[in-house]
Ligand binder design. Structure first.
Ligand SMILES: Cc1ncc(COP(=O)(O)O)c(C=O)c1O
Length: 526
């Protein structure tokens, strides 16, 4: 996301300090020659230079230290003490029972997870330190059995698709376009009900409830419909982008856990949250919640044992505990504060003709609406160049969805960030050059499936990591246009064979559909 300007940056001089470690002791001459060298660590050098001009105005995901400014000073002290100056004291390999067992906790980690489950309304919560990508994988692994059939949200994040590869996957009927897919909720309910009536219900339904672009499923309408259509189907709900909604009174009763716990469930519901995206957790901090029986919870525990790293990060785990406590105490207040910032931003944008044009009304439909903390600004086909320019020239980080900038007014955003964004946007006309000087990624990007053929692979623009096509999907003009647009915007395009193989296909390969069926194949069973 941050463009690599590192080549033009001067290298970082080594810090001058005495070394008492025997292995690092140097003679006076040795030290002198060491000081005349530069640190040969390109990433460290880049980040040192990049962060020199202060905190980036980040409108993508919560930069957790920003909550230090926004929340109470008392709370900030806890963060600073544990995750600032003293980070090295807790970032250790606490194996065995030094702190608690990660896989079978019974001490402070067990307490922290229980408090988190209670705060979200789950029967159990598991902390994860490998992102929601891994939590999604654990969720599906816990439900996997030979021959399991999965009805998969047609706009699912890649992590869910990869995790389901060992099973038979049927994409949900899709109501949106190739470039903007969304579940056709009513057709999905009909498909679930028909399969249940035929005595072969789907084993698992996967829903992608909230996306990086702010679009979200209206779970209060969607879940009752889908659960009653097929009551024995287990459900995995990816709510990566809305963990903190559970702490906002006006949003809490529409979250997956709140809605699901009011339904007569006959199968487990697993919900994943990227805590690090919307709460005050360190990067990769993720919650995996379970609504279900003791044996459902045990299956998740064992799946986590299989998949999660055996070296969990204790700073991340600690931040997951702090983030829950922070959200419980300050969530509602912080939400009101960020909504006021959004209203202020909208009125500043309206005040200038150039920026007023960017405001678009994000209207949902019966089953989708928008995260109230996200503002989308229509800037046209140069969205990527504008995004890069904002970062380069104004230290402002936003993401893009098609022709729009996605501005997330999360917990960490301050008035100061707003001013920086506004300044950048209002200078667009005068300051923004005609072309980006950053070339789109090259390499394995240069391929083109032929129209009318079946895609052999996943074709995934990243970001956002939602496939344009899956193995077996018919490649149409619409796909080709969507791929061309993604390329023009400079997205990285990944192509991966199904079944865990990353082998690159050659023109002599047979077309194989693999385990991923397409919806029309499913219809043939009717
Ligand atoms: C919908 C969705 N699910 C899951 C993930 C993966 O989350 P993480 O980055 O925590 O691994 C993402 C990442 O952006 C996402 O957008």
């Amino acid at each position: 996301m941050i463009e690599p300007n590192w080549k033009s940056q001067p290298a970082m001089p080594l810090l001058h300090r005495s070394c008492s470690t025997p292995g690092l002791r140097r003679s006076k001459r040795g030290m002198q020659s060491m000081h005349s060298h530069y640190l040969d660590a390109p990433l460290a050098t880049h980040l040192t230079n990049f962060t020199r001009s202060g905190r980036c105005h980040n409108f993508h995901a919560v930069p957790w230290p920003a909550v230090l400014d926004a929340a109470s000073s008392e709370f900030a002290q806890h963060y600073r003490a544990l995750l600032g100056a003293d980070l090295s004291r807790i970032d250790a390999s606490w194996s065995g029972s030094a702190v608690d067992s990660f896989f079978t906790p019974h001490g402070p980690l067990a307490d922290a997870q229980q408090k988190t489950a209670a705060a979200f309304g789950a029967d159990a919560t598991f902390f994860g330190t490998s992102g929601t990508s891994a939590s999604n994988q654990i969720a599906l692994e816990s439900l996997r059995f030979p021959g399991a059939e999965v009805l998969m949200d047609c706009a699912a994040h890649q992590s869910l698709l990869f995790a389901a590869e060992a099973m038979t996957v049927v994409p949900t009927p899709c109501a949106g376009s190739v470039e903007n897919p969304r579940v056709d909720v009513e057709a999905t309910a009909r498909l679930l009900a028909r399969r249940a009536a035929e005595g072969r219900p789907f084993d698992i339904l996967v829903l992608s409830a909230t996306g990086y672009d702010g679009r979200k499923l209206r779970l209060d309408r969607v879940l009752p419909l889908l659960v009653t259509s097929s009551p024995t189907t287990a459900i995995v709900i990816d709510e990566a982008w809305s963990a903190m909604h559970a702490f906002v009174p006006s949003l809490a009763d529409k979250t997956a856990l709140a809605v699901a716990s009011s339904l007569p469930l006959r199968a487990p519901v697993l919900v994943t949250h990227s805590a690090h995206k919307t709460m005050a957790a360190l990067r990769q901090g993720s919650y995996l919640h379970v609504l279900g029986s003791a044996s459902d919870i045990e299956r998740v525990r064992l799946a986590r044992y299989r998949i999660h790293t055996t070296s969990p990060s204790w700073p991340i785990l600690t931040s997951l505990d702090l983030a829950r406590a922070h959200a419980a105490q300050f969530g509602a207040r912080e939400f009101s504060r960020t909504i006021s910032l959004k209203v202020k931003l909208e009125s500043m944008l309206r005040a200038e003709p150039l920026t007023a044009r960017m405001l678009v009304s994000s209207t949902g439909d019966a089953y989708y609406d928008f995260d109230p903390m996200v503002l989308r600004l229509h800037v046209g086909s140069r969205s990527r160049d504008i995004r890069d320019w904002l970062l380069r020239e104004h230290h402002v980080l936003v993401t893009i969805a098609g022709d729009q900038l996605v501005v997330r007014l999360h917990f960490g955003v301050t008035d100061h960030d707003l001013q920086a964004l506004m300044k950048g946007l209002s200078l667009l006309e005068s300051g923004f050059g005609s072309q980006s000087n950053i070339l789109p990624p090259t390499g394995l990007q240069d391929f083109e499936p032929s129209i009318g053929s079946c895609s052999r692979e996943y074709i995934i623009p990243y970001p956002p990591g939602v496939p344009l096509a899956r193995p077996g999907e018919l490649w149409t003009e619409r796909h080709a246009m969507a791929l061309a647009q993604e390329r023009a915007r400079g997205a990285e395009i990944y192509r991966l064979a199904a079944g865990g193989s990353t082998r690159r296909a050659t023109s002599s390969d047979e077309i194989s559909v693999g385990a991923v069926l397409n919806p029309s194949a499913e219809d043939e069973h009717a």
